[in-house]
Design a protein. Structure first.
Length: 309
């Protein structure tokens, strides 16, 4: 087979191009810190890295949701702390009202105080979150959960103290905090504050009416204490559930952090460049390219006149 000058030239050019391309590829790897620049470089590793990246993204979204859930639960818990304090205070005032030495005027003063506590409890029950949603309205988050009238001071036109009627529902809004856990982050108002016949508002309303009516109040005091105790039990039960959920969120956060670290390690093994190996390879490729360039120059410089001289 006759070797022409063009063949020699073409082979030399191809060798230079291959060495230059290899050198450029290594340089790009070092610049990006990635050993896989395109999926074609390693299809199997690229597919695996894509799967891990997607899984890590989902895990990070769960972590974000856990933060939202924790904030929502802490907001509800804070309101329930206030509700419990109001109930306990109202209970103390009810006990005081049962003192037979008190006059009707004294009991009316207690009634005025309890009207203010009713207002405070109603404000808690109608609390909104940062998005403007009512915490205790169930799924009807845009509806005022307890629509009622609190009269302060007593309105002669309405001698009977109005209780608050629940306008929400018993739906529970949830948030996905793991692949299999949808956590409740809101509570229906009747679950926390009682239904139409046993709500804390009915208890307070009827007791205030009894105090303002004057006369014997021993039966009203007993009913009020029973109703307030039941109301406090509901609040404490809900708080216990919230406390349990906050612990669960914390544990899920620990698990998610460990999982995120595993994903990061796997991605690093699949994608990250070994700089020591790459720099060593780059130096070697530079040497090969320089040798190829010198060889090409010598080869292309040969001619018949070199031999005749």
């Amino acid at each position: 087979m006759r070797v022409s000058t063009n063949m020699i030239y073409d082979q030399g050019v191809r060798a230079l191009q291959m060495q230059s391309a290899a050198l450029l590829y290594t340089g790009q790897q070092i610049a990006t810190g990635r050993k896989i620049l395109t999926p074609a470089d390693d299809p199997v590793a690229s597919a695996r890295a894509l799967d891990v990246t997607q899984s890590r993204s989902v895990n990070q979204q769960f972590a974000t949701n856990q933060g939202y859930a924790e904030d929502a639960l802490k907001l509800v818990e804070g309101q329930l702390v206030g509700a419990g304090e109001i109930i306990q205070y109202a209970r103390e005032r009810a006990l005081a009202a049962g003192n037979p030495a008190l006059s009707d005027s004294d009991r009316k003063s207690i009634a005025t105080d309890l009207r203010a506590q009713f207002d405070a409890m109603l404000a808690i029950a109608n609390t909104r979150d940062a998005n403007g949603d009512y915490l205790f309205a169930g799924y009807k988050s845009n509806t005022v959960p307890f629509a009622g009238l609190s009269v302060t001071p007593a309105d002669p036109a309405k001698p009977v103290f109005d209780s608050a009627k629940y306008e929400g529902d018993q739906g529970t809004r949830t948030m996905q905090v793991s692949s299999s856990r949808f956590m409740p982050v809101s509570f229906g108002g009747e679950t926390v504050f009682g239904g139409e016949n046993d709500s804390v508002f009915k208890v307070l309303g009827e007791f205030v009416s009894a105090l303002e009516a004057g006369g014997a109040v021993s039966g009203a005091v007993s009913d009020a204490l029973d109703g307030l105790d039941a109301s406090l039990d509901r609040v404490l039960t809900t708080r216990a559930q919230i406390g349990s959920q906050l612990v669960e969120v914390e544990q899920l956060g620990f698990i998610g952090s460990d999982l995120d670290l595993q994903y990061a390690t796997t991605l690093s093994n699949l994608q990250d460049l070994d700089y020591n190996e790459a720099i060593s390879r780059l130096t070697q490729q530079q040497t090969y390219l320089q040798a190829a360039q010198q060889s090409f120059l010598k080869t292309t410089g040969l001619s018949l006149f070199n031999y005749l001289s």
